[in-house]
Design a binder for this molecule. Structure first.
Ligand code: HEC
Length: 190
């Protein structure tokens, strides 16, 4: 009975001290804002968009007509889809590989320098005019093996479709997880 009021006063003082201390404390430093170069962010958006559109179109064609016909769809539409994404986002974009299927998927001259040691991570560099050059690695996933895998993994009819359309195809024999190639993106100077 005698102790209680003092205990309450002490407790209140402690709370007051804590609150007071809290309110005098320096505000926490703002969370470290990501300092992503807006041009790199734009290149990433373009890469994401192209990946989404190409795979969306290929998987739709596979679902409707099977893999062999999807090879044809891909060969007819991949370049137009690629160029459309580039125009929409105001960049130049494409795909390349050390082992191309489509011989038109040669890298632009600037990309050779960034790709010289076959990197498995994204890289970027600016040229003297201020254009940003970016490369993003592309890895082989399970669904890719139906058209890019070893002979036993290819879907029925794909081998013939490839032979007919791509007599100089270098893009089979891959396993899941392999490096398949790169997206390259060129963001013009602002
Ligand atoms: C239905 C068959 C099919 C599937 C599935 C497929 N591809 Fe392809 N791929 C092609 C064809 C055909 C080309 C050549 C036409 C083009 O895209 O320029 C190609 C081209 C490419 C290229 C451009 C470089 C080159 O060799 O000319 C890359 C990179 C690529 N494919 C990666 C992949 C990845 C990664 C997957 C899985 C996520 C995949 N492909 C799934 C048929 C396919």
């Amino acid at each position: 009975m005698l102790v209680r009021p003092r205990a309450i006063v002490a407790a209140l003082a402690l709370v007051g001290a804590l609150v007071g201390c809290e309110s005098r404390r320096e505000p926490p430093p703002p969370a470290e804002a990501p300092k992503l170069d807006p041009d790199v962010a734009l290149a990433e958006r373009a890469r994401d968009e192209l990946q989404k559109r190409l795979m969306g179109r290929v998987m739709q064609a596979v679902a409707e007509h099977g893999h062999a016909e999807a090879v044809e769809v891909c060969s007819r539409e991949a370049t137009a889809i690629t160029n459309a994404v580039g125009e929409e986002l105001g960049v130049r974009i494409g795909r390349t590989s050390p082992r191309t299927r489509n011989p038109e998927n040669e890298p632009p001259p600037w990309a050779r320098e960034l790709l010289v040691d076959v990197p498995t991570v994204a890289r970027h560099a600016r040229d003297q005019d201020g254009a940003l050059h970016v490369i993003f690695p592309i890895f082989v996933g399970e669904p890719c093996l139906r058209c890019h895998g070893a002979e036993g993994d290819l879907a029925p009819g794909v081998k013939d479709a490839l032979a007919a359309r791509y007599p100089d195809d270098h893009a089979t024999g891959y396993a899941a997880g392999d490096l398949r190639g790169w997206f390259w993106v060129e963001v013009p100077p602002r």
